[in-house]
Write a protein that binds this ligand. Sequence first.
Ligand code: FMN
Length: 144
Amino acid sequence: MPNLLIYYNTKTGNTELMAKAVEEGAKKVQGVEVTLTFHAEPQDLQNADTIIIGVPTYNHHMSLDIQNALQKTAESGINLKDKVGAAFGSYGWSGEAPKQVLEILKNKFQMKNLDTPVLSNYRPDEETLDKCRELSRKIAEELT
Ligand SMILES: Cc1cc2nc3c(=O)[nH]c(=O)nc-3n(C[C@H](O)[C@H](O)[C@H](O)COP(=O)(O)O)c2cc1C
C-alpha cells in the first residue's frame, strides 16, 4: 500500500493543529497508509512515498529539529528523488520556514509536485484547516 508521512514540529501547538487536519484529509482516501509523526529518522523519509512537512517559523527560519532531520538525511546519502513533497506551517509575521523546506526538498532532494505551502497566521482557523485537509487529500488521491 502506498504510504504518506506527515512529519511536523511545533512549539506552541499551532502547526500541530494543522498537522492533524493534514492527517484527516489524507485518511479520507482509501488505500493509503498515513503516518503522523513528531520525530523522523532519515530511514523514515526514505520509506515514505510522500513526505508532507509541517514547520513553524522561528527567527526567520525552520525549527532546528526539521533542519537537523534534513541535514542528517542528506549526510546519510538517502535518495528521495521523485518522491512527492509538500509543506505547511504556522507563522507570526514572515513565515519563511515552509518555503525553505520546499526549497531543500526540491533542490537538494529532487522531489516533485511541491505545491505552494499552506500557511497559518498563528492559530489556524477553520478555513485554513480545510486547506490543510484539501492539500493532503489531493496528494493522497494521486498516490492511489
Ligand atoms: C521567539 C519567537 C520567534 C519567532 N520568530 C518568527 C519569525 O521570524 N517569523 C514569523 O513569521 N513568526 C515568528 N514567530 C511566531 C511563530 O511562528 C508563531 O507563534 C507560530 O504560530 C508558532 O507555531 P507553533 O505553535 O507551531 O510553534 C516567532 C515566535 C517566537 C516566540
